[in-house]
Structures are given as structure tokens and as C-alpha cells.
Design a protein around this ligand. Structure first.
Ligand SMILES: C[S@@+](CC[C@H](N)C(=O)[O-])C[C@H]1O[C@@H](n2cnc3c(N)ncnc32)[C@H](O)[C@@H]1O
Length: 246
């Protein structure tokens, strides 16, 4: 799916994943985010986690993302929260980012493990940036229950792309990291991520009826709305998993 569709769809979202602000605050507490903590956030989106944790806990960090639209929102948010001197954003492919070795207390990739070709490859990208004793935060989907074929077709995902929670644990163990905590989305927080997208897409379609991609955007809206209601809420889980190298 094109990046442009996501930029249109997520116009009303600050957090581009199924965690709410409360869950993100809980994650900060769990991870002991505090003044001086340095974080690298790969595929940072609108930078809400970096900016919020800088504002609320005195953390500092770097965000990397490929979208100019999202990065411009990130810069605005940093100004708005008064943390522009503590967070920095870079445009680029996070999969090719030259990570400063051992420089970060937290390295995160929340909802974009395709940057490393999957979970294991993304952990390999993240690990070098971590100082001894640091934490890796990975946002990743999982299957709440094994999905029927029609759910995979509607959600446009291969069943094997994700595992159930115990299978996700197996994947972390196979990648040489230990799962030590997690904050999971729930149906309400999924709705907070998905439902604002319907409104944003609907608004955009009303404002841009003659756009050459309008029909595709409409199809994207209809598919994502129906698949979330019919299958996503029942079968698709999501969480931020806190792991560290074994
Ligand atoms: C689901 S969003 C998550 C954003 C952010 N981590 C958050 O949770 O709010 C996925 C993000 O990945 C970014 N992205 C996609 N491919 C990328 C790449 N190769 N390098 C950097 N960012 C990428 C998108 O622009 C988008 O911001």
C-alpha cells in the first residue's frame, strides 16, 4: 500500500499504531524513561513517543522516518511540547540508517518491522545501537487466534507473517533476545487507531473527488474499515514487546 494513502489516512492520528496515550505512558513507566535517557526510534512516524517522553520524562533522542508528511508533523509536535532541543528527526530509510554504536538506552521500532525484512532482521538493525543494559522496543502484530483464510484475505496478510503470542515469544528467542515485558493493544485502542482513519479518508475523498487516485483511496477506506470490523478486531492483536539481548 502506498505511503501516500497512509499519510492521508493518518491525518487525524498522532500515534500511528494501536496504542493509546495511556498505554504509551505505561510503557514509559515500565521502561524507566527518565531524564537523560537516549532513544533511537526507527520509523518514528509523527514522533509522538519521542516528543511525549522528552516532555514528560526528560528523555532525548533521534527519530528516523521516510515520510516528509509525518516528519513535518513531528517537528511541529516537538516545538509545541517545547522539546525541539532534545529530539532530532532525520528523513531516510530506517533500514539503511547508520546507527551510532552503543549510543542509546532504548532503540525502538514500533509497527514497521518490514524495515529489516521482518522481526529478526529488524532486531539485527536495532541491536548495534544499544548500550550495555539497554532495551529494545518492538511494536508487532500477533494473532489473537489462528486466522481463517478469509480473515487473511480481507486483512491482506499471510497467516505466516505473524504468530500467536507464544509463537511470537519463539520468534524473539530464535532471534537471540529475551522478552521481559510488553504492553498490548486491545479492541478499544485498535479502534482509536483505525476509526479516525475512516474519517480522515472520507474527508479527503470529499475534498479531492477528481484526484487520479480517488478510486483507489476509496477502495482502501472501504477495505480497511470492513476488514477491521469483520476480522481485525477478533483475530489481530498488536503489542509493544520489551526485549533485551540474551
Ligand atoms: C505504522 S507507522 C508507525 C509510526 C510510529 N512508529 C508510531 O508508532 O507512531 C509506520 C511508519 O513507518 C514509516 N516507514 C515505512 N517504511 C520506512 C522506511 N523504510 N524507513 C523509515 N520509515 C519507514 C512510515 O512513514 C510510518 O511512519
Amino acid at each position: 500500500m502506498s505511503l501516500r494513502f497512509h499519510e492521508i489516512a493518518e491525518a487525524r492520528n498522532r500515534i500511528l499504531n494501536p496504542l493509546t496515550h495511556d498505554k504509551m505512558a505505561l510503557l514509559a513507566e515500565i521502561c524507566g524513561v527518565s531524564p537523560g535517557v537516549r532513544q533511537l526510534d526507527l520509523a518514528c512516524g509523527k514522533g509522538e513517543m519521542l516528543c511525549r517522553w522528552a516532555a514528560d520524562h526528560g528523555a532525548e533522542g533521534v527519530g528516523v522516518d521516510i515520510s516528509d508528511v509525518f516528519l513535518s508533523a513531528a517537528h511541529e509536535r516537538a516545538e509545541e511540547l517545547g522539546v525541539a532541543d532534545r529530539v532530532r528527526f532525520e528523513r531516510g530509510d530506517a533500514g539503511a540508517y547508520a546507527v551510532e554504536p552503543g549510543a542509546y538506552d532504548i532503540v525502538s521500532c514500533i509497527g514497521a518491522t518490514w524495515i529489516g525484512g521482518g522481526l529478526a532482521g529488524t532486531l539485527d538493525l536495532m541491536r548495534p545501537g544499544l548500550r550495555d543494559g539497554g532495551l529494545l522496543l518492538v511494536g508487532e502484530p500477533y494473532w489473537i487466534s489462528p486466522p481463517p483464510a478469509e480473515a487473511c484475505a480481507a486483512l491482506q496478510v499471510e497467516a505466516a507473517s505473524f504468530g500467536t503470542l507464544p509463537e511470537t515469544l519463539d520468534r524473539f528467542e530464535a532471534a537471540g533476545v529475551e522478552l521481559i515485558e510488553m504492553v498490548l493493544a486491545d479492541q478499544d485502542s485498535w479502534d482509536r487507531y483505525m476509526a479516525p482513519q475512516w474519517w480522515a479518508l472520507s474527508d479527503w475523498l470529499r475534498a479531492n473527488p477528481g484526484d487520479p487516485e480517488a478510486a483507489e483511496v476509496r477502495a482502501f477506506l472501504e477495505r480497511s474499515r470492513r476488514s477491521h470490523l469483520a476480522y481485525g478486531r477478533r483475530h489481530l492483536g498488536w503489542g509493544v514487546f520489551v526485549v533485551r539481548p540474551c
